[in-house]
Design a protein around this ligand. Structure first.
Ligand code: FMN
Length: 235
């Protein structure tokens, strides 16, 4: 009796927390990932973070931050506080609702469909990641978690970043779309009155959160009036 009760309580506790998995793969665009994680936390959402091995190189290149599994909390704080213009301590973050899983940990929670999550946002998604998820390779936790989203029919948003795109990648993106994923190119728009690099980053991050149904105020929405955003930003 006792072990069963313990298990039931454990399951109930587990279901209480339903995070978004955020997978960061090795495409350019680590500021997009930071903006999405900040946006989720600001909306009161919990985050399970997976950072691919290759994305440590893009993070180092784009921010100077060396992301270490053993010091993920400090390194993530530095990353999330950084402005897209490279200015440190631009944002304040509370990491209490973040759980970090090393990319090599294939026994981690998000590798199973029975682990409760709302869905997964891959931001940015490399073409290697697109290929891996389209083929179901599960070469690391990020790709395995994405395959789990597809098999469980949960929300999967793939913010692919590459240009130009090969025919192979285009076919793999169609395969992901047909499997139920939202394919969301990391392609900033200029109708929302951007005046700084952070505005362009936040536009893409905001569209990712839109696809997830998470409320935010990261960009100014189109109101049906040409030039409205430009006049409001003083342009
Ligand atoms: C500085 C840097 C920038 C890169 N930018 C991109 C990119 O924008 N898009 C892409 O598909 N791959 C890019 N790559 C290549 C990927 O990192 C590489 O394909 C890697 O295998 C992806 O692995 P992952 O999907 O497991 O993270 C970049 C690599 C480096 C080092």
């Amino acid at each position: 009796m006792e072990p069963y009760e313990e298990t039931a309580a454990h399951v109930t506790r587990g279901q209480g927390r339903r995070p978004w998995v955020v997978g960061v793969s090795g495409a350019s665009g680590t500021p997009y990932a930071a903006a999405v994680v900040r946006g989720l936390l600001a909306a009161g959402e919990a985050v399970d973070l997976v950072v691919s091995r290759a994305s440590r190189l893009t993070l180092l290149d784009e921010t100077g931050i060396k992301f270490r599994d053993a010091h993920w909390r400090e390194d993530l704080r530095d990353w999330l506080e950084l402005g897209a213009d490279g200015k440190p301590h631009t944002f304040e973050v509370d990491l209490a609702d973040v759980r970090y899983w090393p990319a090599g940990d294939l026994a981690a929670g998000p590798s199973s469909g029975s682990y409760p999550v709302k869905g997964m946002l891959i931001v940015p998604a490399s073409t290697a990641c697109v290929a891996g998820v389209a083929l179901g390779l599960s070469k690391d936790l990020l790709q395995r978690a994405a395959s789990v989203m597809l098999k469980e029919r949960r929300r999967l948003v793939v913010a692919v970043r590459e240009t130009p795109l090969s025919g192979q990648t285009l076919k793999q993106l169609v395969a992901l779309d047909e499997a139920g994923a939202v394919v969301l190119p990391a392609s900033p728009a200029f109708y929302a009155g951007a005046t700084h690099i952070q505005d362009l980053v936040d536009f893409v991050a905001g569209r990712v959160l839109d696809a997830a149904g998470v409320p935010h105020q990261l960009y100014r929405r189109w109101k049906g009036e040409l030039g409205e955003a430009r006049s409001r930003s003083g342009g």
